[in-house]
Write a protein that binds this ligand. Structure first.
Ligand code: KMH
Ligand code: ZN
Length: 279
């Protein structure tokens, strides 16, 4: 039987605002509550961004700390801090929560290259990636290698060859960002085919691709990310009730496909993380 599906919930990103969905969580309490509900619905990883109270994107370590502490007080899950932040964040701002969080998080995202991001540019030159990878390793933080374009897989494999990235490799294919790789099965298959043996992967489809690529990933043996960072719709024209509702649907699909969902400890084992609870 195939491995259980690791569901990641991304309850809020840096872009989607309340004018697009009134339930987008902004405060640490709101983001923590959405995360807790998502974990109870089957997510074993929470990919975390924070906002200011007015919804502006933030990398404020204190807001991350409060959010993580609130989540930890209710549920066990793997916390994955965003080191991507918003396109406007500086390198130091993006790293700040990783330096400050106590204990260090188990995971953080690490994007493997610069990519067009709608009308913006998400800036990730090789020097930034290398610096982030070294800082992660120094703190025992496992990177989720975020891939927006196929060449970024080669950038990751180059860092493996150079010894900068070590240990188990876990990729996240973010597909369907306007102006970047499309949210299609063909794009996903093209990327999965380039992974080295033993690597694990997740797909984060943007908008309607969250559901379609989630189903493809479940069928292929991959893992799935869903949540308001990527998509606020349950179906065309109908907003999702909550992040948890999106996770619940993916958990049902994983069950129907005879894979089921991974518990946090099963996810740790599949990702070669130590079997322990940290921040
Ligand atoms: N908000 C995007 C510019 C990540 O979390 O690492 C970057 C992003 C990636 O969301
Ligand atoms: Zn993110």
């Amino acid at each position: 039987m195939a491995d259980p599906v690791i569901l990641t919930c991304c309850p809020v990103g840096a872009e989607v605002m309340r004018d697009q969905h009134p339930g987008v969580p902004y405060t640490p309490a709101e983001i923590a509550q959405a995360s807790i509900e998502a974990v109870r619905a089957g997510a074993s990883i929470v990919h975390l961004h924070v906002r200011e109270d007015d919804g502006m994107p933030s990398q404020d370590p204190a807001r991350f700390q409060e959010t993580v502490t609130r989540i930890r007080s209710e549920v066990d899950c793997i916390i994955q801090i965003s080191s991507g932040g918003a396109v406007t964040a500086t390198e130091d701002e993006r790293l700040a929560p990783l330096f400050a969080l106590d204990p260090a998080p188990e995971m953080a995202s690490l994007t493997m290259g610069t990519v067009n991001f709608g009308d913006e540019v998400f800036w990730n030159p090789p020097s930034l990636i290398r610096r982030f990878a070294i800082e992660f390793a120094a703190r025992g933080i496992m990177p989720e290698l975020e891939i927006f374009e196929p060449g970024q897989i080669q950038a990751a494999l180059r860092l493996v060859k150079q010894g900068v990235l070590r240990g188990h490799l876990h990729f996240d294919f973010v597909l369907g960002v306007p102006g970047a790789s499309p949210g299609t099965a063909q794009a996903l298959l093209h990327m999965v085919a380039q992974l080295p043996a033993g690597a694990t992967w997740t797909v984060a489809g943007i908008g309607a691709a969250e559901l379609s690529l989630g189903m493809v990933a479940i069928a292929l043996g991959g893992h799935v990310r869903c949540g308001f960072e990527d998509n606020v719709y349950y179906r065309k024209g109908e907003q999702a009730l909550s992040n948890a509702q999106l996770v619940e649907r993916m958990a049902r699909l994983a069950d129907e496909s005879n894979r089921g969902v991974a518990t946090p400890d099963q996810a740790r084992a599949l990702l070669h993380l130590p079997p322990r609870v940290r921040g």
